[in-house]
Design a protein around this ligand. Structure first.
Ligand SMILES: [Zn+2]
Ligand SMILES: [Zn+2]
Length: 139
């Protein structure tokens, strides 16, 4: 599937507004996380000059689960998984900063089990694992 096909499919599914589409398109094409200020800079050229417009669109897209916020970096990335909903897990390279979304459909069950063992109900999670990516591994 090409980027533009999944872009069309996703945006059609969710009935995004024009601003939301512009923001989503930017993140989808970037393929890596973008910090909020970088998103603002990029979108000025598209006519989205007000930070509030951009933040509103980002919040909505996060709520829909088609983009995610990397909390520790205050950056945003397009979802590369089809069914993670609001539960997310990422690896972040501590050397180069490369971010990858973890695709593991059993992760929610595992986290829920962990919660049960501690008598806690897990509503959602946002996991960040700090790693040395394959490109940065030192032999
Ligand atoms: Zn995702
Ligand atoms: Zn790395």
């Amino acid at each position: 599937m090409t980027n533009s096909q999944s872009y069309n499919k996703k945006t059609n599914d969710y009935n995004l507004t024009k601003n939301q589409k512009i923001v989503f398109n930017l993140l989808q094409n970037s393929g890596e996380p973008l910090k909020a200020y970088a998103i603002l800079e990029n979108l000025k050229r598209e006519g989205l000059k007000s930070p509030l417009q951009v933040y509103r669109a980002l919040n909505k897209l996060v709520e829909l689960g088609i983009i995610h916020k990397i909390e520790s970096q205050n950056s945003f990335i397009a979802c590369s998984n089809s069914n993670c909903a609001s539960n997310t897990a990422f690896t972040i390279c501590r050397r180069c900063g490369d971010v990858k979304e973890i695709k593991n459909n059993h992760l929610f069950e595992q986290v829920s089990d962990l919660g049960k063992k501690n008598r806690l109900k897990v509503h959602r999670f946002n996991l960040e694992f700090y790693v040395d990516c394959n490109g940065c591994k030192v032999n």
